[in-house]
Design a binder for this molecule. Structure first.
Ligand SMILES: C[S@@+](CC[C@H](N)C(=O)[O-])C[C@H]1O[C@@H](n2cnc3c(N)ncnc32)[C@H](O)[C@@H]1O
Length: 365
């Protein structure tokens, strides 16, 4: 199954533009940044002073310095152009193939399944509602064929080539998930839950490593869950999906021994991130592990990279990107009760960034 030639060509052009923008142009922009008189002082401030309230103003200064570079301005123009156009071009491409794609991707719509529990009455919180995430027209559920737009167009031709948000150019986002899943400290798990699973992108890769584990994913988006089920059924991954808020999930206390959270925390204001971590602590059994991967916090990257990350907030439909880059996830995990909490990068680009911890085997005290 593939897009037609016109669709493939359009997506290839966008992918190539993103690669060019995030390699040659971004490299030039970084060199321009480092030549500016403020660059050294900013780097020292970033390394030394992580006082929470100072980040917004400091990020603004880093962006002002970056914007002096013509290479940076073109780099950002192309990033924004690609970020918008992927939806426009892939929507047109899947519409031309609707008759072929609909039965496959929308199949889960027709068959109620034991493996997909939807909740039409689910209360979607204000912080999520009405946002056109990643510039997706209408938000996560804005197009019934977002599944094939992503799987046949955006993933292979654009995101799969890296060079957007925290993902460095030429990085492989599926391999990154594999590396993150290796951060689970045990060789076997019985039941793994993913808050904000979207479709089956990360749980499908979990299945490669944990062949026997029960896998359960929860998300707000009915459309993403349906696509996840369709993919899981095609691939034989046997994943269970539930439409639910990661802050209040249907799992009983102490019912899972692993939680994987991938690319969700940057979509949450800090208060919600805290609630999700507390909730995952509740459902984990004593001795269970939680592995989180999200873009690195600002305190872990140089000012130029921080400026690039902060740009995502205004320019890629990521309203909490700045707040989440300031949020201290290890602290939230420790406050929830997790122990042996650590954070680290898996590559010298700073991404994937991992935060992990364990629910103590016995309750403290
Ligand atoms: C960027 S996607 C990542 C999807 C998936 N984890 C992956 O690795 O591909 C973030 C997902 O989190 C979901 N999400 C964000 N906040 C949520 C919440 N409080 N409860 C449930 N889902 C949430 C969004 O609907 C979206 O599908």
């Amino acid at each position: 199954m593939n897009l037609d030639q016109q669709g493939r060509a359009a997506m290839q052009f966008l992918g190539s533009l993103q690669v060019y923008s995030s390699s040659a142009l971004q490299q030039q922009a970084q060199e321009d940044f480092e030549r500016q008189p403020e660059a050294k002082g900013l780097a020292q401030e970033f390394a030394k002073d992580t006082t929470r309230d100072r980040w917004p103003e400091r990020l603004d200064r880093a962006r002002d310095v970056a914007e002096r570079s013509k290479a940076y301005r073109f780099n950002r123009l192309y990033q924004r152009y690609v970020a918008e156009e992927i939806w426009v071009k892939s929507a047109a491409a899947v519409e031309r193939k609707r008759a072929e794609l609909e039965p496959v991707f929308a199949a889960a719509k027709k068959q109620p399944s034991e493996k997909l529990k939807l909740d039409p009455a689910l209360q979607i919180p204000d912080f999520y509602q009405g946002v056109e995430w990643h510039l997706q027209p209408g938000g996560m559920d804005g197009h019934d064929l977002y599944g094939p737009m992503f799987a046949l167009g955006i993933l292979p031709y654009v995101f799969g080539r890296g060079g957007f948000a925290a993902v460095a150019v030429h990085d492989n986002i599926l391999q990154q998930r594999r590396e993150v899943i290796k951060q689970f400290p045990k060789a076997k798990y019985r039941r793994i839950y993913e808050p904000g699973c979207g479709g089956a992108g990360t749980l499908g890769i979990c299945r490669e490593r944990f062949a026997d584990a029960e896998l359960i994913g929860g998300d707000f988006s009915a459309r993403a869950l349906r696509d996840g089920l369709a993919m899981s059924e095609r691939m034989g991954w046997n994943i269970h999906f539930r439409q639910e808020d990661a802050r209040h999930v249907a799992e009983p206390d102490n019912s899972v021994d692993g939680v994987i959270s991938y690319a969700v925390h940057h979509e949450l204001p800090e208060s919600a991130a805290r609630e999700v971590i507390n909730e995952m602590y509740r459902i984990l059994e004593p001795g269970g592990d939680m592995v989180i991967s999200d873009p690195p916090p600002f305190r872990a990257v140089p000012p130029f990279n921080a400026a690039l990350l902060a740009w995502e907030a205004d320019n890629r439909g990521e309203p909490y990107f700045i707040e989440s880059g300031i949020t201290n996830l290890p602290q939230l995990m420790r406050e929830a009760g997790f122990v042996d909490v650590e954070e680290y990068a898996l590559q010298d680009t700073g991404y994937p960034w991992v935060t992990r911890g364990r629910k103590p085997a016995k309750k403290a005290g």
